[in-house]
Ligand binder design. Structure first.
Ligand code: 5RP
Length: 224
């Protein structure tokens, strides 16, 4: 099976976690896009969605699925999203698609987090994928110094094909931190959260995934 077929398989499996009549939180990225396309086939069963990025909102609306502002919603039944890396216990690195802050916010008001990922995303120790950190632009250099002091190699994410900083949906910039071997994800998440100027860190450890649907050549495996 190709990586896209594995992503499609987990996206289809995630439909079983959608709660009828409720609001569904929807993540960002290629795996989440497959999920959106599956969700479209049962859109009449749900009340609507909350999106974790402008791109996801546009794709949902393109399918005729209602997208609510999070401020209009008290609680979300389930949040379904991909990951860049995930451990067997559900700690993740996210933010390869630059949507980490909104993803974290939507996940924080969701009763259940279902991660959908192809098998290549499962790791023993997080950190081979450079850890994304969203920052306020004026704090970029100061935060990079602090991240370097934690042992990482921080690099500003650029808009593809340019020398300009990539700008997120929130007006922030992304620093990708390579070279971290993250043996204490909860501790590092707390440490980075405390750096002034950080908007959010793409470590989802304090609130990790409750369920992971992992696409493998032997079928979709469920990790809880
Ligand atoms: C976006 C994310 C994505 O979930 C993550 O990058 C995985 O993306 P893909 O499904 O394309 O592999 O965190 O900010």
């Amino acid at each position: 099976m190709t990586q896209d077929e594995l992503k499609q398989a987990v996206a289809r499996a995630a439909i079983a976690y959608v709660v009828d009549g409720e609001i569904i939180g929807v993540g960002t990225g290629s795996t989440a896009n497959f999920f959106i396309d599956e969700l479209a086939t049962i859109k009449d069963r749900i009340k609507g969605t909350v999106a974790s990025s402008e791109a996801t909102a546009a794709r949902l609306r393109g399918h005729g699925i209602a997208v609510y502002d999070l401020n209009e919603v008290n609680e979300i039944a389930v949040y379904i999203d991909g990951a860049d890396e995930i451990t067997a216990s559900g700690a993740m690195i996210k933010g390869g698609g630059a949507a980490l802050t909104r993803e974290k916010i939507v996940a924080s008001v969701s009763r259940q987090f279902v991660c959908i990922a192809d098998g290549s995303k499962l790791v023993e120790t997080l950190g081979a994928f450079a850890l994304p950190v969203e920052v306020l632009p004026m704090a970029r250099a100061a935060v990079m110094r602090r991240l370097a002091a934690l042992g990482g190699q921080p690099r500003l994410r650029l808009k593809p094909g340019t020398e300009q900083a990539f700008i997120t949906d929130n007006g922030g910039e992304i620093i990708d931190v390579a070279g971290l071997s993250i043996t204490d994800p909860v501790g590092l998440e707390q440490q980075i959260n405390q750096i002034v100027g950080v908007i959010a860190v793409g470590l989802f450890a304090r609130r990790g995934a409750d369920v992971c649907l992992l696409g493998t050549s032997d079928g979709v495996k469920t990790l809880t």
